[in-house]
Design a protein around this ligand. Structure first.
Ligand code: AMP
Ligand code: ZN
Length: 491
């Protein structure tokens, strides 16, 4: 039974694979389980909504896979050592520097910001990863990888560390259509820094400088020190998902350096790819510039909330843009997303409750079977097609908006469509179906009194009454059809 149901729901998924720079039909490497690795945060500060855009795109990917009946094994690393302030292997360790400034231990800092990060993900309805390995918990695996590369002749040692010799690995930098080489050659990073033999070479192991004591350092065959930043993803991805695993994700900034270097060291060491699919999310920008710490233009989920924006309104905003297009962040855009989400919530509340919310692939098929009308069936098909077409969430949102306003589709079908779409959208709409807001008698009385005051043009009294209604968690909207009482979101 369940196999038949799965088959009915299945659609050929197509994703843009950065490796080949084209959209291709997706199939997992082995069986029905998709092994997916997403580069996680460096936990020395709060995540900004730019970072979170990338995690939201990865969440949509995961939900689309689940919706198609795949099992997903998802690993996201937590970088708690080795990420330097300068991509060219110079500068300070971000965690050590922040810890010294805040007079805390690196471990305390990492634990604090990991918790804050997980809380942000939770508020954005991002499904939790199965594993959140910390780089410091996989030091032996990382040292083993460097030893293997050394045995195979891919490394050299300098006074400050062990480096990967990119000239020994012929395909270096060709993985993403040569983007690594062109970008680096065009930029300032082309000059050779320190004792590196070639500009593209990168640190596998950094030695603690003589006379220095780091908070986080380990013994190794080359001396006390710490792993280079790229190493953790190669070592932990292989340890937890095998090699090759199916999908590796991150933001587009990772293509020229981080992911190029992960590929080089993993393929050189084992003679096979690290991952078969690489998907990259575009930037969240502010006035055309990437949102980032160094740009000084970042904003966090907490800050958004303090401006009255629901974290899920930010999720809605992100869904409204395709993950491979830059999304410009403005206050107007996020306010618009908030009102659109509020409207969708009202629409969902006014629709009937349905017997299953479609929380798995079988549920989705049951929802599909509820489509009786021609328009309902079409909407369902278009929704599936949009998700399957390289995660076209803006198109899927447009389909949902059309459908919920289409009288040719019965309310029960519309409710099923909301539940079905929400499995990927994750906006909490399915839970609202059939839950009309109950307006307490006291609120109604206040609203009636306010209306009477308005008719009498007693604006001062009308304002006082409005404030009293607000305080009870409701709001009055004056529409052409007269005042309408609504429940405030978040209450
Ligand atoms: P980091 O903590 O800097 O390693 O970044 C964590 C994730 O956020 C990475 O996948 C980055 O590619 C991504 N990221 C950083 N800035 C942005 C941005 N402005 N828009 C979207 N993703 C970003
Ligand atoms: Zn990584």
């Amino acid at each position: 039974m369940s196999i038949a149901l799965h088959t009915a729901a299945r659609m050929q998924l197509r994703f843009h694979n950065s490796l080949h720079r084209r959209t291709e039909s997706f199939r997992p490497h082995k069986g029905r389980t998709v092994r997916m690795y997403t580069c996680g945060p460096t936990v020395y500060d709060f995540a900004h909504v730019g970072n979170l855009r990338t995690y939201l795109f990865e969440d949509v990917l995961k939900r689309v896979l689940l919706r198609q009946g795949y099992r997903v094994r998802h690993v996201m690393n937590i970088t708690d050592v080795g990420h330097l302030t300068d991509d060219a292997d110079q500068g300070e360790d971000k965690l050590e520097r922040a810890a010294a400034r805040q007079q805390k231990s690196a471990a305390q800092l990492a634990a604090f910001y990991t918790r804050a990060f997980l809380k942000d993900l939770h508020r954005l309805h991002v499904l939790p990863a199965d594993d959140l390995p910390r780089a410091t918990a996989y030091i032996p695996q990382q040292i083993a990888l460097v030893r293997r590369l050394e045995r195979l002749g891919y490394t050299y040692v300098t006074s400050d560390g062990v480096y990967f010799d990119t000239t020994k690995f012929a395909p270096y930098g060709t993985a993403f259509g040569g983007q690594a080489l062109t970008e680096k050659e065009a930029g300032a990073r082309v000059e050779v820094r320190g004792e590196k033999r070639s500009p593209h070479d990168f640190a596998l192991w950094k030695l603690t400088p003589p006379g220095v004591r780091r908070q986080q350092e380990w013994d190794s065959p080359w001396g006390r020190g710490f792993p280079g930043w790229h190493l953790e993803c190669s070592a932990m991805g292989r340890a937890l998902l095998g090699q090759p695993f199916d999908i590796h994700c991150g933001g587009i900034d990772h293509i020229p350096v981080h992911h190029t270097n992960e590929i080089a060291q993993s393929e050189a060491a084992y003679g096979k790819p690290l991952a078969l699919w690489w998907l990259h999310g575009a930037f969240l920008t502010v006035e055309g510039k990437r949102m980032g710490k160094s740009e000084g233009n970042l904003i966090t989920i907490d800050q958004l909330e303090s401006r009255g924006v629901d974290p899920l309104a930010y999720r809605y905003l992100v869904l409204g843009a395709h993950y491979r297009s830059a999304l410009n962040f403005t206050q107007e855009a996020v306010t618009g997303a908030q009102s659109a989400l509020d409207r969708l919530r009202d629409i969902a509340r006014a629709l009937p409750r349905i017997p299953y919310a479609g929380s798995d692939a079988n549920g989705i098929v049951r929802l599909q079977r509820m489509m009786q009308s021609v328009d309902g069936r079409k909407a369902q098909e278009h929704l599936d097609a949009a998700f399957a077409d390289d995660l076209d969430t803006p198109q899927a949102l447009a389909v949902l908006w059309d459908a919920v306003q289409n009288d040719q589709i019965a309310p029960l079908e519309r409710a099923a469509l909301v539940a079905s779409a929400d499995q990927v959208f994750g906006l909490g709409l399915a839970e609202l179906l059939g839950k009309p807001v109950r307006i307490p008698r006291a609120v109604r009385a206040l609203a009636d009194a306010r209306e009477a005051a308005r008719i009498a043009k007693d604006w001062a009294r009308a304002d006082v009454l409005r404030a009293q209604i607000d305080a009870l968690g409701f709001r009055v909207e004056d529409t052409k059809r007269g005042p309408v009482i609504k429940k405030q979101t978040n209450s």
